[in-house]
Design a protein around this ligand. Structure first.
Ligand code: AHR
Length: 502
């Protein structure tokens, strides 16, 4: 283990809200008003940014439809998601006000698919210009005389697919045209222009856009990778009712994030060796079959999904030199949600609790961890069952987050750290299918963990099967001597050693 110079950007812990199913109207709002329970929940886990209005919806969204008196706003059709009427009652001001209440930075996706460069430029002027113009007068009349200062700016979404079915060559030319007219205005932070990036392992997309777009014209490059059990859309499999084989497949597919990020980063390194350009994984999560009668793309969320989220966040932490933004899809009632709602009730999913546990890593200094993971084998699937990341926060406390994906066996791990006090918290449950319901909302939650032993040169941890543990070493020290795995005769215990970086 070794403290590096890399900071884990808090923006890795971002979320995403699209006009899709019950995400916005019902998830973020109740009868048109922002949900107080939701705002409190999102504030608690310190969500750093919220991406909106899509997704695919972004490339059919015309911002002028979503400003002014709500009863006068046009009714349009959400042709991407269900052909439902969009009354545009949740628009720019409502979104930006909500972000302010949550304490999150807004991350907007501009319409490149069906909008013009002028429309995109106007939206930015409307929000960000501090002087007097026709557009900013309009903003004042709509209740916000002061400039907003939105800086996260996606130029298109999935331009290889729903955003316009473009080739990377065509997209990069268009990007240059659009991005050129996206201006940074005085008095507010510079725009962080984000190139619409690849789908999963489409490395050619990254190669072409990195080659064609000068790096001074971009702040980041996005990447979308969903965990689909078959590796491809359409989604299959259950959210709470699935066999062990589906669990193992999901974890194997989730581990692919590491390879995919590594390979895209390597391509970016060729054009941007100093790693100035951020890789922003602005859509990720496990996507299974939609459940009946709950809205488009609604799925419950089990301990499996929490393990998967913890694994993915460890991967991002360990790639923090390049990954400086990410957004779980989506924040409420759609795909891999942290919150589910039903009328006036709201519940926190097991994945919510992972974000709560892991918030200690936000803007902390990354600690490089070297380890070899034992394997978990089920039928034809083999996965590495241990995932670890670590960081040191601004007041010197070390946090180590560990995931044991083995469903049956505990894992005996030796970590070469010390500290004034060591404490731990855990998320686990008897079954990987366990989940929280409106009748039983606290089945899978964070609990105190004391399954560790502080020794002279290590902390010995016994990670229960299917568990996520975060250890805290107050005023922590990474020890320089080698660590030794404890002996154990039990066949129910796997062993792992986390080494000091020599
Ligand atoms: O998150 C759901 C959809 O998945 C988004 O709209 C799109 O960008 C992706 O294909």
């Amino acid at each position: 283990m070794d403290t590096s110079k890399v900071v884990i950007s808090k923006h890795i812990y971002g979320h995403f809200a699209e006009h899709l199913g019950r995400c916005v109207y019902d998830g973020l709002l109740r009868n048109g008003t922002p949900r107080k329970d939701m705002i409190a929940a999102l504030r608690k886990i310190r969500i750093p940014n919220l991406r909106w209005p899509g997704g695919c919806f972004a490339d059919e969204y015309h911002w002028r439809n979503g400003i002014g008196p709500q009863d006068k706003r046009p009714k349009t059709v959400n042709t991407t998601w269900g052909m439902v009427v969009e009354d545009n009652s949740f628009g720019t001001h409502e979104f930006l006000d909500l972000c302010e209440q949550i304490g999150a930075e807004p991350y907007l996706a501009g319409n490149m698919g069906s909008g013009t460069p002028q429309e995109m430029a106007d939206w930015i002027e409307y929000m960000n210009y501090g002087g007097i113009s026709t557009l900013t007068n309009l903003r004042s009349r709509n209740g916000h005389p002061n400039q907003y200062g939105v800086s996260w700016w996606g130029v298109g979404n999935e331009s290889w697919g729903c955003g316009g079915d473009m080739t990377p060559e065509h997209y990069s030319n268009l990007y240059k045209q659009y991005a050129n007219f996206c201006k940074s205005y005085p008095g507010v932070p510079r725009l962080k222009k984000i190139v619409s990036g690849a789908n999963a392992d489409d490395y050619r997309w990254t190669e072409v856009v990195m080659k064609n777009i000068p790096i001074h014209l971009m702040w980041g490059l996005s990447l979308h990778y969903y965990t689909w059990l078959t590796g491809n859309w359409p989604p299959t499999g259950g959210s709470t009712n699935f066999p062990k084989s589906e669990y193992t497949t999901a974890m194997r597919q989730a581990w692919r994030m590491d390879e995919i990020v590594t390979k895209h980063s390597a391509i970016m390194d060729q054009y941007d060796p100093l790693k100035n350009i951020a890789l922003v994984v602005d859509e990720w999560g496990i996507w299974v079959k939609q459940e009946p009668d709950q809205g488009l793309l609604y799925q419950q969320n089990s301990l499996r999904d929490a393990l998967l989220a913890a694994l993915t966040l460890n991967i991002f932490n360990n790639h923090a030199d390049r990954v400086r933004g990410a957004n779980l899809a989506q924040v409420a009632n759609v795909i891999h949600s942290i919150v589910l709602t039903s009328g006036d009730s709201m519940l926190l999913t097991p994945t919510y609790h992972v974000f709560d546990l892991y918030k200690v890593h936000q803007d902390s200094r990354h600690i490089l961890v070297k380890y070899t993971s034992p394997s978990y084998v089920h039928e034809k699937d083999t996965i590495a069952c241990l995932s670890v990341s670590a960081s040191r926060d601004s007041i010197g406390h070390i946090h180590v987050s560990l995931v044991n994906m083995d469903v049956e066996k505990s894992l005996d791990v030796s970590i070469p750290i010390s500290g004034r006090t060591i404490s731990g918290q855990i998320i686990t449950s008897p079954k990987v299918t366990d989940h929280n319901t409106f009748g039983d909302p606290d089945k899978v939650v964070i609990k105190p963990f004391n399954g560790f032993l502080k020794q002279e040169k290590t902390v010995q941890v016994l990670l229960p099967p299917k568990s996520i543990v975060v250890l805290e070493a107050r005023d922590g020290v990474v020890l320089t001597s080698n660590s030794i795995a404890p002996e154990s005769n039990s066949t129910q215990i796997n062993k792992a050693v986390i080494k000091n970086k020599q």
